[in-house]
Design a binder for this molecule. Structure first.
Ligand code: HEM
Length: 404
């Protein structure tokens, strides 16, 4: 069994080269106990893949031994008791089936148009000339996914409402982090409260006056005599925002950094745009923001020689799985032509990412637009790249300055 001495995902060393730290840990064991946070970290493909659907583990944070009940009557309490991520069995299947009305072919076509419009608007705003330094994260990858989801919801474009919605949109994903400090938890809960009130008002409006947008589709979703209540519509939208905004930002920011660090692959993508769908997956395999997804043990159990106690949290490292040489040949090489059929960046099983197709379309659009600005001659200013403080779930890039 591994331990914190071998792997510390909160260290500076890990932030700068997570793949090397994970490889060292994987050579010792697939699971490592992090004494500082009292949780397990899983670094091998086989175990990560298995734990996504293992019957002794759940996504429901209420099964965690350190779970603290949120303030009664708060949005946080309501969301943690009823969210799509926490639901299981028949209740989960029903909500997912109704939620999938948000992703009909017509809805996806509408989203494609919105993605293209938002990408073009943002590329147009980068008016720097060749040789200038542009922070691609601040000007591009951090704003596009939040703006897309805001437009998809039907929030009026380019005004104060859109700006506020974008700010609030990062609250739901942060609320899924079980290890938030008390003051961070309070700030996230306050933002979540404001977001829920905002979304509820939109849902009530669309029930009265339907429009051609995703909220109207959900309000009208109807299956075999079954329909979603306003509360459920709000929860699904909350889940879509939680799961669909920062994830895409992290993936595209790391994706562009990977391309700028591997200019032969950047040149290949410029030459062969037909590689884009595979490039989107390979870039996420290579690095997606060092993400790790929590699961909580429902029973005492043994996984690959590690004894996990009921109530303990287990973090599944996607980067650990995707750099595992047991599954990917030369895993530390970015290869846009690689076979990506074993990539599990969208999870596995009943909770498989509902927005995977939207995410892939959005990432392809972001990369296509980015290639209008950056080229194999662009230079990533490595010394000036900055990161957010480390967390077990995500390490994210704050600034990605590029001389274009
Ligand atoms: C690059 C971007 C994305 C990545 C890497 C990603 C990854 C994932 C993963 C790994 C899961 C499974 C979580 C688990 O099992 O604990 C998941 C679930 C989910 N994703 Fe995504 N996702 C992305 C974008 C999106 C987008 C754009 C949407 C929709 C707007 C979305 C909606 C969802 C929803 C609703 C779930 C929960 C499904 C359920 O519990 O049944 N995701 N995603």
């Amino acid at each position: 069994m591994g331990d914190t001495a071998i792997l510390d995902p909160l260290s500076d060393e890990y932030r700068h080269d997570p793949a090397a730290c994970l490889a060292r840990a994987r050579d010792v064991a697939p699971l490592h106990f992090l004494a500082g946070v009292g949780s397990w970290f899983v670094v091998s493909y086989r175990e990560v893949s298995e734990l996504f659907t293992h019957p002794s583990f759940t996504n429901d944070m209420r099964a965690w031994e350190h779970y603290r009940t949120p303030r009664p009557g708060s949005v946080a309490e309501w969301a943690s008791n009823t969210s799509l991520f926490a639901k299981t069995g028949g209740e989960h299947t029903r909500t997912r089936r109704l939620a999938s009305h948000a992703f009909t072919p017509a809805a996806v076509r509408r989203m494609d148009e919105q993605i293209a419009a938002v990408c073009a608007e943002h590329a147009g705003r980068i008016d720097a000339t060749r040789g200038e330094v542009v922070d691609i994260a601040n000007r591009f990858t951090r704003v596009i996914p939040n703006t897309v989801i805001s437009r998809v919801m039907g929030v009026a474009p380019l005004g104060d409402d859109e700006r506020r919605f974008r700010e609030l949109a990062s609250a739901p994903i942060r609320s899924a982090n079980p290890l938030l400090a008390d003051d961070e938890r309070a700030a996230v809960d306050a933002a979540a409260e404001e977001l829920v009130a905002y979304v509820r008002a939109i849902a009530e409006d669309r029930r009265r006056s339907p429009r051609d947008d995703l909220v109207t589709d959900l309000v009208a979703a109807y299956d075999a005599d079954d329909r979603l209540s306003d509360d459920e519509v709000v929860l699904i939208i909350f889940a879509l925002i939680a799961a669909g905004t920062d994830t895409t930002t992290f993936a595209s920011t790391y994706g562009l950094r990977s391309l700028l660090r591997n200019r032969d692959q950047l040149a290949l993508l410029v030459e062969r745009p037909d590689l884009m769908p595979n490039a989107v997956l390979e870039l996420m395999r290579y690095e997606v923001g060092a993400g790790a997804l929590p699961r909580y043990a429902l029973d005492d159990c043994e996984i690959a020689g590690a004894t996990i106690r009921k109530g303990q949290a287990v973090f599944l490292s996607l980067l650990g799985a995707h750099r595992d040489p047991a599954v990917f040949t030369a895993p530390d090489r970015l290869d846009l032509e690689r076979d990506t059929s074993d990539v599990i960046v969208f999870g596995r099983g009943p909770h498989y990412c509902l927005g995977a197709n939207l995410a892939k379309a959005e990432l392809a659009a972001i990369y296509r637009q980015a290639l209008e600005i950056i080229s194999p001659d662009s230079e990533l200013i490595e010394d000036a790249v900055t990161y957010t403080p480390p967390s077990l779930m995500f390490t994210t890039i704050d600034a990605l300055p590029v001389r274009i």
